[in-house]
Design a protein around this ligand. Structure first.
Ligand code: FES
Length: 131
């Protein structure tokens, strides 16, 4: 996860995921990226939250299923946490830490993201493997 402060012109175009403008403020967007080892595409969620940008694997630590049931709807009704729609686990958006639910005390797996000089959300490090 990365908190974005300013565009980084050194980020490569091949790492682009989507335009920042495609992510609603204080919400998330689900994205798929190819698995470099040839496996099925990896599912990510990128959160645009209170001025920062945070990336995670879109997999609940409880059962490994995607967090959302409605496309690009990751935030709970109170607007304070990311929620897993399967059993209601709540996660701190900035850290991915689970504060409530069956996986309390565990965390979403962070993915390094940032915004390039042209407003694209990009991966800044390889995806975690074996998760
Ligand atoms: S699968 Fe996410 S809380 Fe159970």
């Amino acid at each position: 996860m990365t908190r974005s402060s300013r565009p980084d012109q050194s980020l490569r175009k091949s790492q682009r995921l989507c335009r920042l403008a495609e992510i609603e403020e204080d919400e998330g967007k689900s994205l798929q990226v190819p698995d470099p080892s040839g496996g099925p595409p990896r599912e990510l969620v990128v959160l645009r939250w209170e001025g920062g940008l945070y990336g995670y694997l879109n997999a609940c630590p409880h059962l490994g299923v995607p967090l959302e049931m409605v496309p690009d709807r990751f935030v709970d009704a109170a607007g304070t946490h990311v929620i897993c729609r399967t059993h209601g686990a709540l996660f701190v958006p900035e850290t991915g830490y689970c504060v409530s639910g069956p996986c309390a005390g565990r965390s979403l797996t962070p993915v390094a993201v940032d915004v390039d000089a042209e407003g694209w959300v990009v991966l800044t490090a390889p995806l975690p493997s074996g998760v």
